[in-house]
Design a protein around this ligand. Sequence first.
Ligand code: SF4
Length: 390
Amino acid sequence: MVNIQIAPDPIQKITQMGDVTLYEPAGDQPFSERPRLPTGKYQSHSLAECITNVSTPMGKKPILKTMLTTACERDCYYCPFRAGRAKTRRMTITADDLAKAFLALQQGGAVDGLFLSSGIIKGSIPTQDKLLDAADIIRRKHHYRGYIHLKIMPGIEDAQLYRAMQLADRISVNLEAPTQERLNALAPKKHLERELLAMVHMAEQIRRAHPHEKLARTVTQFVVGAVGDTDLELLSLTNNLHRHLGLTRAYFSAFHPILQTPFENLAPTDALREFRLYQSSFLLRDYGWEVEDLPFGQGGNLPTDVDPKKAWAEAHLREQPVDLQTADRAQLLRVPSIGPKGAEAILKARRQGKLAALADLCKLGIAAPERAAPYILLDGKRPAWQERLF
Ligand code: SF4
C-alpha cells in the first residue's frame, strides 16, 4: 500500500502549531489577552487559540500570534521550547507559508495584525532573517499596512534591527531578567548586556538617527518570580529604559512552571504580583513617579495586598490632603483614582468654577471619586463620603 502524506496547507500548519505564544502578551492590555490555563497545559491546537484580541495603537484587533518554529537550540530553563524537551511538538513553517497563511486569514477577515516570534535555530542572525522575510513579504509584496509586532532575536546585526523597525509597528527585545545574575539562573546562554540591552540601545540610536522615519517602538518582557528577582530590580531597570532608551512598555509575565523543564517543580508566581508591577510601571511611566516613591518592602518587593498609589496616599495625603482647586498636575496625579485624563479635566474645569462635591468629579469622567475622597479637599473642605468597611 502506498502511504501518501499530503503536506498541510499553511493555515493548517499554523493551527497545528497551536497557542505557542500563550505567555507572550502583545498589546496594551496584557491582562485581557488570555485566560490563564492550568499549570503545564500548553500547545492546544485550534486556529481560534492562535488568534487573540489585542489592544494595539490602531485599536482593538484580532491578531494572529504565532512562531516560525517551535524548535530551539537554546535551553532557557522556564521555556517549553527549550532544546531537548521531548514534550514539545516541534513544528516549523517557512516565511513564505507564514505570509500566505496570514494573508489568507487577513483577507478572510479572521485577523488584522500579526505577532511573530521564533525559536532560535542555527543562531540568531539566520533566525531573524526568516522573521524579516515573513514581514517583508507581507508588507512589500502584499502591501499590508496593519499591525505587525516582531520578536528580535538576541544579538542580531544592526542592519537587521533597522529593517525590523521599518517593517514592524512594535519590536520585542525580551530581557527576561533584570540583572545578569538573574538571567544566568533563568537562561544560561543569554547575555543581558551584550545580546539584549545592546538591542534596546541600538533601537534607540536608530530612532535618533532617523527622526523622520516611521519606526517600530520597543517593548520588552520579563519572566517574574522564578529566580528571586525583585520588584525593585525590575522596576528600576524598566524605569531607566523608559526614560533613556525609548522603551514603550514592559510586560511582566508571572512565572508558570512548565512540565518537563528544570523549573517544573517551582511554585508559580502570584498573578497579583504581576498586576502590581504593571500598576507601578504605569506610575513611573505616565504619572511622573520616581522608583523611590513606590512602597517596597525590605526584600525589595511591593506588597501585593495594596495598590501602590493608595499605599503612597495613605502615607502622605491622609494628613495633608490635596486641594483640587489649587494643586498642580503632578500633585493631582498623586491622588488615587485621578489619572492623566482626570487631572487634565480637573485643571480645565476649575477655570470655569469651583469643584465642590464628589459628584462634580464624576461629571469629569473620574470613575471612582470615593477612592480619592480621603485624600482631597473640595472647596477647601474634606468631602463627605462613607469609608468602605468591607
Ligand atoms: S531562546 Fe526563546 S524559544 Fe529558545 S529556549 Fe530560550 S526563551 Fe525558549
